[in-house]
Design a protein around this ligand. Structure first.
Ligand SMILES: *Cc1c(COP(=O)(O)O)cnc(C)c1O
Length: 365
């Protein structure tokens, strides 16, 4: 039996009539840019994310840029982020004008190690961007305590963590702002690029809106030099059609993760994802560790099971950051993980039979 890594068409088939109606509505209303579908999705997503303001934008990468511009990041500032994430998190620090400072991940959760943050702070540090990687919240109590002590802002990168909670509180509600991606493969995915930045601070929301709309809130009145970053109406309509299903899809991912845990955790050399106490993991990815990762991936691939490596090179070791001259010993956990991580097929509609196939193949290996 072939097991895909994800299956976006399957999800579409389950709600086809709702999606098709939304698309037809946007087209017949010519609501392509701004308009009622975008306004509605911003309201609905703010409610779902338990925040006061949602500023939609073109993608989750722009969302990080908008948040940092609104927080007035300037040349010479240092912003701390995790050594292991998608490059957007770090690249936008540079594009916003600051210097990126990497911290290692902790030993077990793949999220930023608060002890490393404390050690990395200098008089130039202005903020911290933790990433709730794979869908597990970072250690927000520890991060917020450090931020308060040193008067730093926090932007949470929630691109992989829609509806995840830390001690019962929704991710994205701890820091000054939080960013989301609705890239098609994310837990809430559009049918193209889409993103948002959320906040409880109305002044910040207004400034982010201005940056995203050519620097002005009123047409032809440009207060600053902004960018053009908008969620289009079709994507908004699609996202509004999907949003009511997100809780059930999240629950299905969590149930699938339990089935993987039960099947995999007795197998020698397999390290299943470890969830820290009082954190709810929404399993954007189900990522194991294995000392012979490449051989295991090849074995699964040869038997029809698709896997992925997120991410094969930790950020400090990418060519893009060669200028920083980092060495492996500075980020021992991220360095170990990049060679051992393997993301298994994970999507809300995955069947137990498909998962048993994956588990069997891992056991045989
Ligand atoms: C997907 C992702 C982003 C970027 O989102 P896009 O919508 O693809 O621009 C940023 N950070 C993390 C952690 C992501 O997973």
């Amino acid at each position: 039996m072939a097991v895909p890594y994800a299956d976006l068409n399957l999800q579409y088939q389950t709600i086809k009539s709702e999606i098709d109606a939304a698309i037809a509505g946007v087209i017949s209303g010519s609501a392509f840019i701004r308009g009622s579908y975008v306004d509605a999705f911003e309201r609905e997503f703010a409610e779902a994310a338990e925040v006061r303001h949602c500023v939609s934008c073109a993608n989750g990468t722009d969302a990080l840029y908008l948040a940092m511009k609104a927080l007035k990041v300037k040349p010479g500032d240092q912003v701390i982020t995790t050594a292991h994430s998608w490059i957007s998190t770090a690249a936008m620090i540079t594009h916003a004008g600051a210097d990126v400072v990497f911290c290692d991940t902790d030993d077990t959760t793949f999220t930023i190690d608060p002890a490393a943050i404390e050690a990395a702070i200098t008089p130039r540090t202005v903020g911290i961007i933790p990433v709730h990687l794979y869908g597990q919240p970072a250690d927000m109590d520890a991060i917020m305590a450090i931020a308060a002590r040193h008067k730093l802002w926090v932007i949470e990168d929630c691109a992989q963590a829609h509806l995840a909670r830390y001690k019962g509180k929704m991710v994205g509600t701890f820091g000054a702002a939080a960013t989301y991606s609705f890239y098609p493969g994310k837990n809430l995915g559009a049918m193209g690029d889409a993103g948002a930045v959320v906040t409880n601070d109305s002044a910040l929301a207004e400034y982010m809106t201005m940056v995203a709309r050519h620097g002005g809130l009123v047409k032809h009145q440009h207060q600053i030099e902004g960018i053009n970053s908008r969620l289009d109406g079709l994507q908004a309509g699609i996202l509004s059609a999907k949003l009511p299903h997100l809780s059930a899809w999240t629950k299905a991912r969590q149930d699938a993760a339990k089935a993987y845990d039960a099947g995999l955790n007795q197998i020698e050399d397999v390290v299943v994802p470890s969830v820290a106490p009082e954190r709810s993991h929404v399993y954007h990815l189900y990522t194991i560790r294995h000392p012979r990762r490449d051989a295991l991936a090849a074995h699964l691939g040869a038997n029809g099971v698709q896997t992925a490596i997120n991410y094969p090179t930790a950020l400090p070791f990418l060519a893009a950051y060669q200028r920083l001259g980092h060495r492996a010993e500075e980020f021992p956990n991220a360095h170990r993980d990049q060679g051992q991580i393997l993301s298994l097929p994970m999507f809300a509609e995955i069947t137990r039979a498909q998962q048993d196939e994956v588990i069997d193949l891992v056991r045989k290996f």
